[in-house]
Write a protein that binds this ligand. Sequence first.
Ligand SMILES: C[S@@+](CC[C@H](N)C(=O)[O-])C[C@H]1O[C@@H](n2cnc3c(N)ncnc32)[C@H](O)[C@@H]1O
Length: 228
Amino acid sequence: MGKSKEEFQMDNLLEKHGVSSQLTEYFLIDTPDKEAKLDYRLVFGNNNPVVMEIGSGRGELIYQLSKLNPKVNYLGVELSAKRIVTMLKRFDPNVNSNIRLIKAKVDSGFLSCFPHRGLAQAIILHPDPWPKRRHHKKRLINEVFIECLANLIINDGEVYVSTDHRSYAEAILKCFNQHDKYSPVYSDGYRRVPFWDELPTYFEQKMKKEGYTPYYMRYVVLSGKEDS
Ligand SMILES: C[S@@+](CC[C@H](N)C(=O)[O-])C[C@H]1O[C@@H](n2cnc3c(N)ncnc32)[C@H](O)[C@@H]1O
């Protein structure tokens, strides 16, 4: 089958920015097959725990975490081709050998391409808030999404979510608090202190400058009935 328009755009961007095919081949993997599911062991070449970051942006967080935790694998998923290229220019196979990237739009369908209970953590920092009411349906985090996400995370694994947008934070808290597979780590469901204060992402820094104090929500995934 020929290349899609998106694939052509991606190839053009990679060429324009002089990203070598070695880098692309090392870090970038295809969206997995729904039937086969992604084999983490095959992708990373080891059995280390896997953390998925959804909407990695410019990749600051996984770049730093991958260096701090070499025995953890990081899978960054990002919609924007431009940001994938930014990450490919930043990452080095000798420094970030435990990172892989997928260019994709994450939704519950995308999550169905991953094995049941295979992730140690999922991190979603500052997902697009879609502030207009008529756009709320475009928000990433909703009941169906967090149900699918819970199925991908190991027992006692965790989900980290942050947003600076109050109404989105309220909607996220409601979703997680109503779900019996998640238990909040923070007593109010959130805190106003960054998870990794010493590792600010681009958006984290931008918001700080603009005077925002985001909401940080963290949940433990409980064992499901089918696991007990
Ligand atoms: C506001 S930025 C935050 C980036 C990064 N997490 C940070 O804190 O700096 C949101 C990012 O999520 C990406 N994004 C938005 N919707 C997405 C989706 N459905 N799947 C994957 N990435 C998505 C955007 O392209 C953008 O890079």
